[in-house]
Design a binder for this molecule. Structure first.
Ligand SMILES: NC(=O)c1ccc[n+]([C@@H]2O[C@H](COP(=O)([O-])OP(=O)(O)OC[C@H]3O[C@@H](n4cnc5c(N)ncnc54)[C@H](OP(=O)(O)O)[C@@H]3O)[C@@H](O)[C@H]2O)c1
Length: 338
């Protein structure tokens, strides 16, 4: 009989996640008690927030407790059910965590059934319709920034899971879009595949000078994924009454405490340029996920959105994959097939 393999957190990472921060377990699969289901995890989403959840910093959900299975989004198939709403064979998306065959309360794991007829790979589900991909891009852009045609929008981590969809959806709404990403391959992807107006290689270019070149009339909208010096360069070039959707601050996630990362130094620009800066957490939009799913599916079917998934394999590779995600050593939405 197959066993359940899982990673638990044994210590909070100091800086980059270390292998010694986790323990790998192998145990018999547990039959579900009344109200539970047992699933086989078929695809795990690697997300910057995995690293946030490992830290004991102020955050939007409780941190992963020491000794707990690492929390993670993913797709799974129901293998045993003692819950009236779930049947063997149902395909679900939710929080199976870093576990191959977990037994869980489906509500606690936020499991939602995928439509039976959905003809889409697990990786694509996580890359286009995932909470941390399409949902975040859709609401963080359309609800928070309310883009209108002709506005100039800058997005960083632009070749990644969220950023690549933000750039494309902003183009669909008539914006001029400048993306920032690391390395020539990703910058080429921004303009040639995603159809953005310009790309900036933050690893090899002076970001401020490049923003001056590509945004001669300033920046109206910023979709912020990174923080740090890149965010300062953007803030310095915002137009009066510009808006910032603060989605993420990945440049600080390996720091000891995100609340203590210095900056933004250009904070005064919020006053001088009368900016509206709004943080958002995608979970607040859960009641409206069906709306975004329908629209993203339609745009996807019409060929208006391109997604790229970087699919890793091997359950043991989860820690190294997360390290690589934080370093940008991947192309597209990173997922792992256990
Ligand atoms: N608010 C929410 O509800 C919500 C939901 C989902 C995600 N997020 C946030 O959205 C952001 C993007 O997440 P994602 O899943 O789409 O990840 P991703 O973009 O697919 O991957 C992370 C990327 O971040 C970039 N990066 C890492 N460190 C950097 C640094 N020091 N300077 C510049 N770029 C750096 C790298 O870009 P390059 O490859 O170009 O170097 C890396 O590929 C994260 O901050 C995440 O926390 C927020």
């Amino acid at each position: 009989m197959t066993s359940n393999r899982s990673f638990t957190l044994v210590s909070r990472p100091q800086g980059e996640l270390a292998d010694s921060d986790l323990a790998l377990h192998e145990a018999p699969i547990v039959a579900p008690a009344k109200g539970q289901i047992q699933v086989r995890t078929t695809c795990i989403s690697l997300d910057p927030t995995n690293r946030i959840w490992m830290s004991d910093v102020p955050q939007y959900m409780p941190p992963i407790a020491i000794g707990e299975v690492v929390r993670a989004l993913g797709v799974a198939v129901v293998e045993q059910s003692a819950h009236p709403d779930f049947a063997v064979g149902d395909r679900v998306v939710g929080l199976p965590g870093w576990a191959t065959h977990p037994t869980m309360d489906p509500a606690a794991a936020a499991f939602q059934k995928l439509p039976a007829g959905l003809d889409m790979s697990d990786a694509k589900v996580l890359g286009l319709l995932g909470t941390t991909s399409g949902m975040t891009a859709y609401f963080g852009l359309l609800d928070v920034l309310e883009p209108t045609a002709g506005q100039t929008l800058v997005v960083d981590a632009a070749a990644g899971s969220v950023g690549s969809l933000v750039g494309q959806i902003a183009k669909l709404h008539g914006c001029r879009v400048v993306g920032i990403a690391g390395g020539p391959r990703k910058v080429q992807y921004l303009t040639e595949t995603l159809g953005l107006d310009a790309g900036i290689d933050y690893k090899n270019e002076d970001v401020g000078a490049a923003l001056d070149r590509h945004c001669p009339d300033g920046i109206d909208l910023c979709f912020e994924n990174v923080g740090g010096p890149i965010f300062d360069e953007i803030l310095m070039r915002m137009n009066n009454h510009g808006r910032v959707s603060l989605c993420g601050l990945i440049s600080g996630y390996n720091a000891a405490g995100i609340e203590r990362v210095p900056g933004p130094y250009a904070f005064g620009m919020i006053l001088m340029r009368r900016l509206r800066v709004q943080g958002f957490i995608i979970l607040d939009y859960a009641p409206r996920f069906a709306e975004a799913t329908a629209t993203l599916l339609e745009w996807g079917q019409q060929g208006k959105l391109v997604t790229l998934e970087d699919v890793r394999t091997g359950f043991d590779q989860l820690p190294e994959s997360l390290r690589q995600l934080l370093r940008g050593e991947k192309h597209g939405k990173m997922v792992l097939v256990p």
